[in-house]
Design a protein around this ligand. Structure first.
Ligand code: OOG
Ligand code: MG
Length: 262
């Protein structure tokens, strides 16, 4: 840890205010170049503590930058992990208000819900598969608090991996009836296909993102509890949206997830 508790708390307050007031800020490593990985996750944990202390529930975990398309788009080479809160959830088909957001982008995500706890180190795809209760599709709306959506990995981790809104839709399926690697995803904006991929785009297998998350949390003395909703990361690059846009994502065997931006 390179930063003291006071700086961690101040940066968490700074980034959370930017989120809640929908305004951008400069990336925090510009002013705090000494910040290390533990500091970045400590800032994120402090944002989570702040939200929970105001009564918001943490309703899911997310892996980010797990597909090559996303890593390439954002210029990073390592996945990151964050969380989503109750107030970020929107219903399938909902209107998503642009005036609450800065510069949102939509991404298609294969999600799982666990039925057993997962704890690293040593968590692997097999252990994750055994712990999956069911699989379901979602669209995540990310909204980096950083100017022009430009950041480095430490800054985006501190900013809770750009978490902003998410929509779970489609239908839940048993993992036994799916091949998560070949599961096709077609993303449409205003009726036109804008991106497509298969589940293997996520670290070769979406369950690998969950194993990586369990190993990451294990290093911080935490685990993935049973009953966790987990987004495994965008399968394609994220797509910028504006008021009036409609996003619809078709997931093979899992139905579709749509929303409109207003
Ligand atoms: C970081 C969050 C990435 C994903 O699914 O890759 C993410 C970002 O790109 O702003 O949620
Ligand atoms: Mg995501």
């Amino acid at each position: 840890m390179a930063m003291n508790r006071k700086d961690i708390e101040a940066l968490a307050a700074h980034l959370e205010a930017a989120e809640l007031e929908a305004r951008d800020v400069t990336k925090i490593t510009d002013d705090h170049p000494q910040m290390d990985w533990a500091d970045a996750y400590d800032i994120q944990d402090e944002i989570r503590r702040r939200k929970e202390s105001r009564g918001h529930r943490t309703v899911g975990l997310k892996a980010g930058l797990t597909s090559f398309a996303k890593m390439k788009q954002m210029g990073v080479d390592t996945p990151c992990f964050g969380f989503v809160s109750d107030y970020m959830a929107r219903a399938e088909g909902a209107d998503i208000r642009m005036d609450e957001l800065i510069h949102p982008k939509a991404e298609a995500e294969i999600c799982i819900v666990t039925k057993a706890p997962l704890r690293g180190p040593g968590c692997h795809v097999g252990a994750v598969m055994a712990a999956i209760d069911f699989v379901l599709p979602a669209v995540e709306i990310i909204d980096s608090r950083y100017r022009d959506f430009k950041f480095d990995l430490k800054s985006v981790i501190a900013d809770n991996t750009s978490a902003s809104r998410f929509v779970v839709g489609g239908r839940a399926r048993d993992v036994e009836s799916l091949d998560l690697r070949t599961l096709g995803v077609v993303m449409e904006k205003n009726g036109r296909i804008v991106a497509m991929a298969a589940g293997a785009a996520v670290l070769g297998h979406p369950a690998a993102a969950v194993a990586m998350m369990a190993n990451h949390l294990g290093r911080r003395g935490q685990e993935i509890p049973a009953g966790s909703f987990i987004m495994t990361g965008g399968v394609t690059e994220a797509i910028a949206v504006a008021a009036g846009d409609h996003i619809n994502v078709r997931f093979q065997d899992l139905g579709s997830v749509g929303m409109r931006f207003v």
